[in-house]
Each structure stands twice: as structure tokens, then as C-alpha cells.
Design a binder for this molecule. Structure first.
Ligand code: 1HE
Length: 262
């Protein structure tokens, strides 16, 4: 484990401390992701207590995250660049395939590596001030934090190519329209909405959340025949859990909420 970073704040919400809030606290540098901050993020996800059921990531100050700390970019040769990118991959793997679903609360700049971080999360909530860009294209570099794998899954390779070739910036409304965020909320309310969603997610059966984080993305990559088979295995495992049986019984006995459009 690396040294605790003063640029990352961790707190817990809820009676059982079931929701972790992980906040980038480097506002003076627009939450730019230094090596130390990326490693701290990895460690935070690796060491979440067993009581944690969902997490929120947000950023202090007017911007979610300005991406890679460009002041650390200068002195790397090719080999070091390769290892640096793999370090980001390992850290964001802990976000995407860590212990719990992660909800990103977005506002202001969500750019470069900031968008790579957001795209490793399971749900993105953006407020009206949010804007998205991949300035790597104009800086003469390439994405290195998993963006070329994850971002096309959200918006398609054509839109990502356009963002990098032309420096196109998407505003909050268009970002939600193309799939960069699933929720669009008034300015200043992304964190509250993300926290509300995290509490709902935390209330799910753990195996359902596990299936959505670990089985669904793999099934989506599989040929249909294999996908159907993996789905059947996951369905059988999830429904055999005592918690699933208890929840279904509660509904049948009128003790659980109905689906409602309000
Ligand atoms: C930084 C960084 C950074 C700000 N690295 N120091 N990312 C970018 O190319 C985006 C670069 N940043 C910006 O375009 C703007 O800073 C923002 C739109 C995010 C915010 O603008 P603003 O006017 O609110 O802030 P600012 O005055 O530009 O920045 C405040 C300070 O943060 C300033 O330092 P100061 O010492 O002069 O106060 C900036 O230098 C500093 N700062 N962004 C380092 N990114 C795994 S590969 C990923 C590859 C990438 O992410 S490339 C894209 C990098």
C-alpha cells in the first residue's frame, strides 16, 4: 500500500456505513491525477471495508477532474510510458471490477483521464455545468487510462475519434444525449443525486450487484450462444441465494414495494 494521499478523502455514509464517498481533493490543480493520486485511488478501492455496498466518486471545487497531471508527463521514455499506462489500467480496474458499484458525481471539466476515470464507474450523474473532452489529441498524446476500451462502449468509436481529432467538447445536455452520463441534474446537485442512487444500489442483494458488475459486461462481449449460457449460470446462482428467495417471498406476501412510475 502506498502512503495515504492528502489529495483523496474517504468517508462513509449510512447507518451501516454502507456507502463510501471517495473525493478527489486537489481542487487547486483541478483534481489533476498525479501518480500518487492514481495509486491512492487504487488503494482506496482495494481496502474498502467489508460493510461497503456502493461507492460515490466526486471531485472538490468547480471541476470533477482535469485528467492526467501534465506536469508529470515530461520526463518519461517509452518503457516508462508503457508502465505508467498499465498503472492507470490497474487502478481503474479496481474501480470497475472492485468490490462494489461506483457512481460518479460529475460537474465542470470531465476531461482526458478524468473522463477515463468516469467511464470506469458504473453510473454517471452529471450536473448542468459538466463538459466532456479528450484534449489528448491536441496535446500530441493518446489516452492511456483505458479510455480507448471503455469510452467507445459508451458513445461509439466514431464519436470518440471525433472528440480526439477535433477537440470537440460536449456540454452536459449533449453528453447525456450521447450516453456519457445516465442522469442529468441541476447545477450543484450531482453529488446528492449520486448519493441517493448509491443508497438504493447498496440496498440490492449483493449477488445482483455482483452479477451486474462482473457478469453483464462479460456477457455483452460474448457471442450470443455463450452469452445466453453465461446468463443462465449467473441467473441460477443469483436466484438460489437465500436473500433472493426472501425478497421474492416478501413481494408475494405484499411486504415489498411494487414497481411504480412515480
Ligand atoms: C493542471 C491540469 C492538468 C489544470 N495537469 N495541472 N488534461 C488537459 O489537457 C486539461 C488541462 N486543463 C484545462 O484545460 C483547464 O485547467 C480546466 C478546463 C480543467 C480548468 O480550467 P480553469 O480555468 O478552471 O483552471 P486553470 O487556471 O486552467 O488551472 C488551475 C491550475 O490547475 C493551474 O495551475 P497553477 O499552478 O497555474 O494554478 C493549472 O496549470 C493546473 N492544472 N489542469 C496539471 N491536467 C492516462 S493518460 C490521460 C491523458 C490525459 O488526461 S491528457 C489530458 C490532460
Amino acid at each position: 500500500m502506498t502512503q495515504p494521499s492528502t489529495d483523496l478523502h474517504l468517508e462513509f455514509h449510512g447507518e451501516q456505513q454502507q456507502v463510501a464517498v471517495i473525493r478527489l481533493t486537489r481542487a487547486a490543480k483541478r483534481n489533476a491525477l498525479s501518480d500518487g493520486l492514481i495509486l491512492a485511488l487504487r488503494d482506496a478501492f482495494e481496502n474498502l471495508p467489508a460493510s461497503t455496498r456502493a461507492a460515490v466518486i466526486d471531485g472538490e471545487g468547480p471541476h470533477f477532474c482535469a485528467g492526467l497531471d501534465l506536469s508529470e508527463l515530461q520526463e518519461r521514455d517509452a518503457g516508462q510510458g508503457l508502465h505508467h499506462s498499465r498503472m492507470w489500467h490497474a487502478a481503474l480496474e479496481h474501480v470497475q471490477h472492485g468490490p462494489v458499484p461506483v457512481i460518479a458525481a460529475l460537474h465542470g471539466a470531465v476531461v482526458g483521464g478524468g473522463l477515463e476515470l468516469a467511464s470506469a464507474c458504473h453510473i454517471r450523474v452529471a450536473d448542468d455545468t459538466t463538459f466532456y473532452a479528450l484534449p489528448e489529441g491536441s496535446r500530441g498524446i493518446f489516452v492511456g487510462g483505458g479510455g480507448s476500451v471503455r469510452i467507445p462502449k459508451l458513445i461509439g468509436a466514431a464519436r470518440m475519434t471525433d472528440m480526439m481529432l477535433t477537440g470537440r467538447v460536449y456540454n452536459a445536455v449533449d453528453g447525456e444525449r450521447i450516453g456519457l452520463a445516465q442522469y442529468l441534474v441541476p447545477a450543484g446537485t450531482a453529488f446528492d443525486k449520486a448519493l441517493e442512487l448509491a443508497h438504493r444500489v447498496a440496498g440490492n442483494a449483493p449477488l445482483t450487484n455482483y452479477a451486474l458488475m462482473h457478469a453483464l459486461p462479460r456477457i455483452a462481449e460474448q457471442p450470443a450462444d455463450q452469452g445466453f449460457f453465461t446468463e443462465a449460470l449467473m441467473a441460477a446462482i443469483a436466484q438460489s441465494a437465500p436473500e433472493a428467495k426472501a425478497r421474492v417471498t416478501a413481494f408475494l406476501e405484499g411486504r415489498a414495494n411494487k414497481v411504480s412510475k412515480d
